[in-house]
Design a protein around this ligand. Structure first.
Ligand SMILES: [Zn+2]
Length: 151
């Protein structure tokens, strides 16, 4: 199960709506729970540096990731995953996502936007499922996602 605080959800939705009609992305920091639960704490919007200018691609800015990892060093939280939007598409991993899934310890959060003003987009969470090879992972496993209104 993945717990998403309402505060982080609001940050993610604002960022992906602003990115419409292009995919928007960012990083998630949080903690691993004892029972396998993943607790997202903070969503960190990042630039989408995907090359080629296609609207349906994303790549988290590596510099943003390094900066976040430095900021978290020595603390209890880690880079626990990332998020990106699917403007006009379902909240399921695409074939491109599959080929880009190399890190088994990161969760993927995908937000399907029906439009720039989508009031209640569908969000899903996924674990990378091995074996992770040269062309990415064999697949994704859906995770239960719960929004925590108290956080
Ligand atoms: Zn995708």
């Amino acid at each position: 199960m993945v717990i998403l605080p309402e505060s982080a959800r609001a940050v993610i939705l604002a960022h992906v709506r602003a990115g419409w009609p292009r995919e928007a992305c960012g990083l998630l920091s949080g903690r691993d729970g004892a029972d396998g639960t993943v607790w997202i704490e903070i969503a960190h919007p990042t630039p989408n540096v995907a090359a080629g200018g296609r609207p349906d691609r994303f790549e988290v800015d590596p510099a943003a990731r390094i900066a976040l990892m430095k900021g978290l060093r020595g603390g209890p939280s880690r880079v626990i995953g990332h998020f990106h939007s699917h403007p006009g598409h379902a909240a399921a991993p695409s074939e491109t996502d599959r080929r880009a899934a190399f890190e088994a310890d990161l969760i993927w959060l995908i937000v399907a936007l029906r439009g720039p003003d989508d009031a209640d987009p569908v969000a899903t969470a996924w674990a990378v499922e091995g074996p992770v090879g040269e062309n990415g992972a064999a697949g994704f496993r859906p995770l239960r996602l719960r929004t925590d209104a108290t956080a």
